[in-house]
Design a protein around this ligand. Structure first.
Ligand SMILES: Nc1nc2c(ncn2[C@@H]2O[C@H](COP(=O)(O)OP(=O)(O)OP(=O)(O)O)[C@@H](O)[C@H]2O)c(=O)[nH]1
Length: 297
């Protein structure tokens, strides 16, 4: 490749039903853990821009929330709106489906894929397939029904075929100058990432007991020579969620704060004093205005 090769840059949206591996894939591609990963649905509520710059290309990834087809609450309507908006201003859409598991959720996504955009079908988690022939049958069935610009089977966990996917995306990116600095990981603020790290700990520790309706708001952020002094508030929907989050003798909360503090310390590379407390905001996940107050679009 010569210097005359034009630089390419563009936005890539990653869509798919919950749990198919969108966050894991985006993280594997950009090589840094920005978006949180969890086995629970609805863990990625924000649009995240992860940036990967190669020799002559810049990929700007938009990680989108899972389409929610089962529930009709304000939260899900809002999440689908975020996805639709994300698709309207990207260059390439990756529709991620789990190997061997096409479902009605995937059928519902296909009509939402914009016909004017390049669309790549990504078959995730191929490492979970015992038999390679299963893959051919699976892809054959999908392609006989729907048309995609390319198909890439891969494994984000085992790092199989990630470069192939980047090459396929690159072929479809428009020419243009880089939009971000070389080392940019995200256009989200460091505070947002800190809040995400706290949320990740909550999901890991009490995700099975606590419904999805819980968010983290950074209320104070002060940095001086001694380090960063941060107060974070976990907003839960019901009074009954509080003891779950606290755990016996507040042990859960202590662990969440301590693990999050270590991650944020690593992120900032300075001492971190983190205070995490809980607020109950009744029914917030079903009130769009309340969501807006908390920073959701
Ligand atoms: N075996 C295997 N597991 C994977 C792979 N990619 C993701 N997973 C697992 O699948 C689960 C869901 O992954 P996520 O990346 O959180 O999925 P998501 O689509 O972003 O989920 P939502 O945020 O709920 O929409 C996690 O437990 C991942 O570890 C893969 O390539 N192989």
């Amino acid at each position: 490749m010569t210097q005359e090769t034009p630089f390419k840059t563009g936005f890539i949206a990653v869509v798919g039903r919950p749990n198919v591996g969108k966050s894991t894939l985006t993280n594997a591609l950009i090589g840094s853990k920005i978006s949180i990963v969890s086995r629970k649905a609805q863990t990625t509520r924000h649009r995240i821009h992860g940036v990967l710059t190669r020799d002559r290309e810049q990929f700007v990834f938009v990680d989108t929330p899972g389409f929610q087809t089962r529930h009709g609450g304000a939260m899900n309507r809002m999440m689908n709106r975020v996805v639709t908006q994300a698709l309207a201003d990207v260059d390439v859409v990756l529709h991620v489906v789990e190997a061997g598991k096409w479902s009605v959720g995937d059928d519902n996504i296909v009509p939402l894929l914009p016909s004017s955009k390049k669309c790549i079908l990504v078959i995730s988690k191929v490492d979970t397939l015992k038999n390679k022939n299963e893959m051919f049958d699976f892809v054959g069935k999908i392609m006989s029904k729907f048309s995609y610009d390319a198909v890439v089977p891969l494994s984000a966990v085992k790092k199989i075929q990630l470069d192939t996917l980047l090459d396929e995306i690159s072929r479809r990116l428009p020419e243009g100058e880089p939009m971000f600095e070389e080392d940019a990981l995200t256009d989200r603020s460091i505070r947002f990432i800190a809040a995400e790290l706290i949320r990740e700990k909550i999901f890991r520790l009490v995700g099975d007991e606590l419904p999805y309706a819980c968010t983290v708001v950074i209320e104070k952020w002060e940095e001086d020579e001694s380090g960063a002094h941060i107060s974070a508030c976990v907003v839960v929907e019901r009074e009954s969620h509080k003891p779950i989050l606290l755990g016996a003798k507040g042990m859960h909360m202590k662990r969440i704060a301590s693990e999050a503090r270590q991650d944020i310390r690593e992120l900032l590379d300075k001492p971190v004093f983190l205070e995490v407390y809980i607020k109950v905001r009744k029914g917030w996940s079903d009130k769009e205005s309340a969501l807006r107050d908390l920073g959701y679009e």
